[in-house]
Write a protein that binds this ligand. Structure first.
Ligand code: URA
Length: 315
């Protein structure tokens, strides 16, 4: 039992370090934890303070479960209304087999996963990564948007079209890289019944933690030489929310995830937004991103022409 409690504490610490502030726990589990703690302290479970074992990182699944109340010194950040309570992240144990068979198994798991399915609106799709299973380079973005949840493919809307151009500028075809996301569903915003969602929201830490095992599994299958994290959410998902305060602290630097080098760069949506700020801002952001991609090309052993080196430089 001691080992189980240590493992539980370690897992809670790990989740906390990735930015997770609460995990759902059933009323039965809380009761069982109380019993264990009471036995260790030589008290009956009723005498045991409710938070002794699980602290404030744990929230009950059902509103009717006995709430482990302890006054919170700081009011918790309100959750987006549409973010649901999620169960703990799934454990994904890939089967043996070749890459195609393992990827097909994972695709089936993710697209039919009850939690993923419950988080997409009727008629919309859960989205897994796409691309070459032999890719040397894997791009990781944030979450599907409006077009992606309709087509069931990442990066097919305006940001995706820009990403495709960036990949082509590197001298690589889109189908020769692998493109995935931190999230497998479009984070929902409350909308009146029958009305399409307009706009996107950032995924919550709980949502990101839930989908992360699916991304890890894709990395395990594809086994790319390196990963490009596009934008702050991808960087938070891969490096942990505590790894940086502003994207500028990590952008353009090599980091690690799952034993793979990760380069953080701007998200194509940011580049599109910079277009609206005028030509100077747009060129500066594009050049900074391009310099990151030149680092990626160098590390991936791609040939770089002089013309490519000069893209987006001031004339
Ligand atoms: N933005 C992302 O981060 N991912 C997508 O799939 C589309 C837009």
């Amino acid at each position: 039992m001691r080992a189980a409690l240590t493992a539980l504490t370690d897992e809670l610490k790990r989740l906390k370090s990735t930015g997770v502030t609460s995990v759902p726990v059933s009323a039965e589990s809380i009761a069982a934890l109380r019993k264990v703690m009471a036995a260790r302290a030589g008290k009956s479970p009723e005498q045991q303070p409710p938070q002794a074992a699980v602290r404030e990182t744990v929230t009950p699944v059902s509103a009717s479960a006995p709430a482990p109340v302890r006054p919170q010194p700081v009011a918790p950040k309100p959750k987006p209304e549409a973010a649901r309570l999620l169960p703990p992240p799934p454990v994904v144990a890939l089967p043996d087999g070749d890459k195609a068979a393992r990827w097909a198994w994972l695709r089936d798991l993710v697209l039919n996963h009850p939690v993923c399915v419950a988080n997409v609106r009727p008629g919309k799709k859960v989205v897994l990564g796409v691309g070459s299973l032999e890719a040397k380079i894997m791009f990781v973005g944030e979450a599907p948007g409006a077009e992606e949840e309709v087509r069931g493919e990442p990066f097919v809307g305006p940001a995706g079209q820009l990403l495709t151009k960036m990949i082509l500028a590197m001298g690589v075809k889109r189908e020769d890289v692998y493109i995935g996301n931190i999230m497998n569903w479009r984070p929902q915003l409350p909308t009146p019944a029958g009305v399409e969602q307009v706009g996107n929201r950032e995924p919550t830490p709980e949502e990101m933690a839930f989908c992360l095992p699916f991304l890890r599994a894709q990395i395990e299958i594809v086994n790319p030489d390196l990963i490009v994290a596009a934008g702050a959410t991808a960087a938070k998902g891969l490096l942990g929310a505590g790894a940086f305060k502003t994207l500028g602290e990590v952008r353009g630097q090599w980091k690690q995830f799952s034993g793979k080098p990760v380069l953080v760069t701007y998200h194509p949506s940011y580049l599109l937004r910079q277009e609206a700020s005028g030509p100077v801002a747009a060129r500066k952001a594009k050049r900074a991103t391009w310099e990151d991609l030149l680092k990626v090309m160098e590390r991936a052993g791609l040939t770089i022409s002089e013309k490519q080196r000069g893209y987006f430089l001031e004339k």
